[in-house]
Design a protein. Structure first.
Length: 166
């Protein structure tokens, strides 16, 4: 299903931003814009800005390997719970038109992602961080959010307060 034909606004893409990976962010952004045949609005999710705006308060956990490990889940909120938006990790390189992915959007879903069974073979990852094995590993690396879907209303700055208590 193509949402772009009836949509006049640019498609929103939120890229997880980590201060240690600025170049990766710039490459990801450039590759998206270079190959896209549809208008895009590319927005970095910067934890420092979210903290400055009192939208993210969670203390950093030793298992978080990037600054966007949790802020990625604010995508529907940051898109004002309207339309569809894509979240992607900053280390993606796009070699094809993102419109191909946008054309796969199905309104019946709250989110769409690749449900692959990934089991890391290495014990460490970026910057020597511990490689934690858990179910659904990497499913949140690239997610299409149906931001207006009722199930995504829980994804707000207050969601992280609940996680802190748990």
């Amino acid at each position: 299903m193509s949402i772009q034909s009836s949509q006049t606004k640019p498609f929103k893409i939120f890229i997880g931003y980590d201060t240690r990976e600025d170049l990766a962010y710039e490459v990801c952004r450039f590759s998206l814009l270079k190959r896209s045949s549809i208008p895009l609005e590319v927005i970095p999710i910067k934890q420092t800005e979210l903290r400055a705006e009192n939208l993210f308060w969670r203390e950093r956990n030793k298992l978080e390997s990037t600054e966007f490990s949790f802020t990625r889940f604010l995508t529907p909120y940051l898109a004002n719970y309207e339309g569809w938006a894509l979240f992607v990790d900053c280390d993606f390189l796009y070699l094809a038109d993102i419109k191909e992915l946008v054309d796969e959007i199905d309104e019946k879903y709250a989110i769409m992602c690749v449900k692959h069974d990934y089991k890391p073979s290495e014990g460490t990852k970026m910057d020597g961080a511990v490689q934690t094995v858990y179910p659904r590993k990497n499913w949140s690396s690239m997610v299409l959010y149906n931001c207006g879907h009722a199930k995504n209303r829980v994804l707000s700055p207050f969601f992280f307060l609940i996680l802190v208590v748990l």
